[in-house]
Design a protein around this ligand. Structure first.
Ligand SMILES: NC(=O)CC[C@H](N)C(=O)O
Length: 338
């Protein structure tokens, strides 16, 4: 299909939900490294992408305008509910969400579990602010709209499009503080590549998502507190005790190696588990999975293994899992399925 030959009535319709981030960031000059995230509106962003109207009829809605370090469950619930409200409409063929990159992987994974549609949902951001020399936002946005408008993007869950690459919400992670090639999907690879509105598809994510997901946030206004605690040499166990004392319902340990931690932390985590707090072992290591009962006896200690999810995504899954009463066995199964 030749995109630019599309007549108006044949053009796919894409709605953009804007939340902020560097893609909406602005600096005083084109070469300054400091800037403010979430300073530019969706209309101004679209105006900077020549030709975007040739590949889709694009409509923008400003849902929030924050740097993604300030993304919150409040905003994410609003975005998920908005997706679920507009996705059934005939004038929506795909949805794009603009977002900062710092926490994009968590938001992508959250929406992957809570959006109830097979229509393409594509998240996009940038590493350079809109005012920078060689800003990467405009082409990323063009490619994201091209993916959201592509019927082949359907049914693959939430996708992230940046730097010409298409990633699955389950697998991507941010790997560079500043490089435009920051997102990678270690171990699982790309879902596809995007090039000026044309896409090549390699893979479909194998985990449950969107329409197959059991998580329903339609009446949810708040998520249970789940903390991530970073494990390191000679860590004190009282960080875990403090989290329990502050009312955490779940704790994810960003463990060393295969989700491991020192004896002080194991003792504190096992106290937490005995008191009914759900303890998930993930890893601070970027590749490989955390399996059950390898160096620690999860059966005896009452711990859950995060398998492929990194700590920040293991936290999202646990917060959603804790919306209802579940057995340890059932929670462990979620990490296998999602
Ligand atoms: N490049 C970016 O988007 C990261 C910067 C910004 N803190 C954000 O996440 O919104």
């Amino acid at each position: 299909m030749c995109w630019y030959a599309l007549a108006d009535q044949q053009k796919p319709k894409v709605t953009i939900l804007a939340t902020g981030g560097t893609i909406a960031g602005a600096a005083a000059t084109g070469t300054q490294s400091g800037y403010t995230s979430g300073a530019v509106t969706i209309d101004a962003m679209l105006a900077a992408v020549p030709g975007i109207d040739k590949i889709a009829t694009v409509k923008g809605e400003q849902v929030a305008n924050v740097g993604s370090q300030d993304m919150s469950f409040d905003i994410l619930l609003k975005v998920a509910k908005r997706i679920n409200a507009i996705a059934p409409n005939a004038d929506v063929n795909g949805i794009v969400i603009t977002h900062g990159t710092d926490t994009m992987e968590e938001s992508a994974y959250f929406l992957n579990l809570t959006a109830k549609t097979d229509k393409p949902i594509v998240m996009v951001g940038s590493m350079r602010p809109s005012t920078a020399v060689s800003a990467d936002g405009p082409l990323n946005l063009y490619n994201a709209v091209g993916v959201a408008a592509d019927p082949k993007a359907k049914g693959r869950g939430v996708l992230v499009v940046m730097n010409d690459q298409i990633h699955a919400a389950h697998s991507l992670t941010k790997t560079s503080t500043t490089a435009v090639e920051t997102f990678m999907s270690p171990g699982r690879g790309l879902v596809g590549v995007a090039s000026y509105g044309k896409n090549d598809w390699y893979n479909s994510p194998i985990w449950k998502h969107t329409t197959q997901s059991e998580f329903d946030i339609s009446n949810v206004t708040q998520l249970p507190r789940v903390d991530v605690i970073f494990a390191d040499v000679d860590m004190p166990g009282d960080l875990i005790d403090a989290s329990v004392a502050k009312g955490a319902k779940g704790i994810v340990i960003a463990g060393v190696g295969n989700g491991n931690m020192n004896k002080a932390a194991v003792d504190a985590a096992s106290r937490a588990a005995k008191s009914g707090v759900i303890v998930v072992r993930a890893s601070r290591v970027p590749t490989g999975l955390v399996g059950r009962n390898v160096e620690l006896d999860d059966d005896k200690l009452g711990f859950i293994a995060s398998y492929e999810l990194n700590p920040q995504k293991a936290r999202i899954l646990l917060a959603l899992a804790l919306l209802k009463q579940r057995s340890l066995d059932d929670i462990q199964k979620l990490y296998d399925m999602y």
